[in-house]
Design a protein around this ligand. Structure first.
Ligand code: MLT
Length: 325
């Protein structure tokens, strides 16, 4: 009888611990895998959000930069992590979904292996050149590049990264032969653009706003329909002579597939609260980016976007013969 009572007490205690464990999530620091180098747009967005997640959930959210192979090294590491909410993943949606189509080592499924939490920011791409590039506007740049085929170097965060795909599109639309130089993230690529060892980047505001306003780089156009108020002198691609060149990037947070539903719910609720935080909004908007709105600001919206981008980019990569390098 005594044994039976002890056994029942033990079962009750373990059930209690299990329930409390879910309620108390996170009970220890959470690792946020970012698959690009520190200082780039994915890293910057992850660090803005990890602050409010940490404050709201009372634990540290620690960014770990696991860069390499266009973001697929970190994505694979995240896909294989224990799905307990103590590893989450922040990635740019384009390289996330393009990775498996470009790298044989990227043996993960961008949709099935991840649980959408929310989009952190949408950001237009900008055509940015080194500050002493001998072209005062986009038309002059295109003329120079046409006269010097293969001689213009552009930096990206690696094959299949958003900055790579945006410049592939730019080259195709403008009819240019430009040379790709892959980095482990656009943070280090931007350093080389500022230093003048690179000519061109098709970068996001999240990365280059500081240098754009400080005069460290020359911004020739924004690849969207409207000018960004923070850079009023920068024309849209159409105004600069390249209509139809419109590219934007989305940075998003995912849990690992199989993470317990109460933990996913805590993360999605925290994300919904972050969207309402004036400080988060200001920091994202100051970096020429936008918070998601309407359906886009829901995990279901991110799930649909991830799946449709995967179909669109996988097809475009096959058709365009895009290679990782
Ligand atoms: C990209 O896909 O180009 C990334 O956003 C780069 C980065 O975050 O460093």
């Amino acid at each position: 009888m005594k044994h039976k009572t002890l056994a029942l007490t033990a079962i009750a205690a373990s059930l209690w611990v299990g329930a409390a464990g879910a309620q108390e999530y996170p009970a220890k620091p959470v690792t946020v895998i970012v698959p690009f180098a520190a200082g780039g747009p994915t890293d910057v967005a992850a660090r803005i959000y990890r602050e409010i997640f940490g404050r709201t959930l009372g634990q540290q959210f620690v960014v770990e930069n696991a860069a390499g192979a266009g973001g697929t090294t970190g994505a694979l590491r995240a896909a294989r992590a224990t799905p307990d909410g103590y590893t989450i993943f922040v990635h740019n949606v384009a390289p996330h979904v393009a990775g498996p189509a470009l790298y044989p080592t990227a043996v993960y499924d961008p949709v099935k292996n991840f649980e959408p939490i929310g989009t952190l920011a949408f950001a237009a791409h900008y055509i940015v050149v080194r500050k002493d590039f001998p072209a005062k506007d986009l038309k002059e740049f295109i003329a120079f590049a046409k006269a010097n085929p293969g001689k213009i170097n552009y930096g990206s965060a690696g094959g299949g990264s958003a900055t790579h795909l945006a410049c592939v599109l730019f080259g195709q639309q403008a009819g240019l032969e430009i040379t790709h130089v892959p980095y482990r993230g656009t943070g280090p690529a931007l350093n080389d653009l500022v230093a003048g060892t690179l000519d061109l980047m098709c970068d996001q505001g999240l990365n280059m706003m500081g240098q754009a306003t400080a005069g460290g780089v020359k911004v020739l156009a924004v690849a969207q329909k409207t000018r960004f108020p923070g850079l009023p002198d920068v024309p849209t691609s159409a105004q600069a002579g390249l209509p139809g060149f419109e590219v934007s990037a989305a940075t998003a947070m995912y849990a690992i597939a199989g993470t317990p539903a109460p933990v996913v719910a805590k993360l999605t609720q925290t994300m919904a609260a972050a969207y309402k935080d004036a400080g988060v909004r200001k920091r994202i908007e100051d970096l020429a980016s936008e918070l998601p709105a309407g359906d886009q600001a829901t995990p279901a919206g991110l799930a649909a976007f991830t799946a449709s981008e995967m179909a669109r980019l996988t097809e475009a990569i096959k058709k365009g013969g895009v290679k990782a390098q």
